[in-house]
Design a protein around this ligand. Structure first.
Ligand code: 5GP
Ligand code: ZN
Length: 113
């Protein structure tokens, strides 16, 4: 499949991997927007939130709990962090394989751009 994140999961493209289990992979964003900027992706290819199925509920849970765990490991759990899940064009989703952004280590603005 011609999907960037599937290729990272298959180790066909290198990435700075910070966590892996049977369901998810997490790696540093190539263009970090904060001191901590990690992408957490399901190993199963799902293109976007709009196409999630009922049977994907567990995977979505995994993404969030992995983010929580990594935030603790990276020392940003107390200071705070932002989880971003862009869906489709207007949100700026560039890679059509669901990915949860974990951003932290600096004060965030609101509303987002
Ligand atoms: P989106 O805009 O789709 O929510 O986020 C895509 C993210 O993937 C961007 O933050 C971008 O910097 C990151 N990205 C794009 N290509 C690569 C890559 O080859 N490796 C890594 N580690 N991150 C990438
Ligand atoms: Zn994929």
């Amino acid at each position: 499949m011609d999907c960037l994140f599937c290729k990272i999961i298959a180790r066909q493209i290198p990435a700075d991997i910070v966590y892996e289990d049977d369901k998810v992979l997490a790696f540093n964003d190539i263009s970090p927007q904060a001191p901590v900027h990690i992408l957490i992706v399901p190993k199963k290819h799902i293109d976007k939130v709009s196409n999630l199925k009922e049977s994907d509920k567990d995977i979505v849970c995994e993404l969030i709990f992995t983010a929580k765990k990594l935030a603790q490991e990276k020392g940003i759990a107390e200071s705070g962090y932002r989880l971003v899940l862009n869906n489709n064009r207007d949100a700026g989703q560039a890679v059509l394989h669901i990915h949860l952004h974990l951003l932290g280590g600096r004060k965030m603005g609101w509303p987002p751009g």
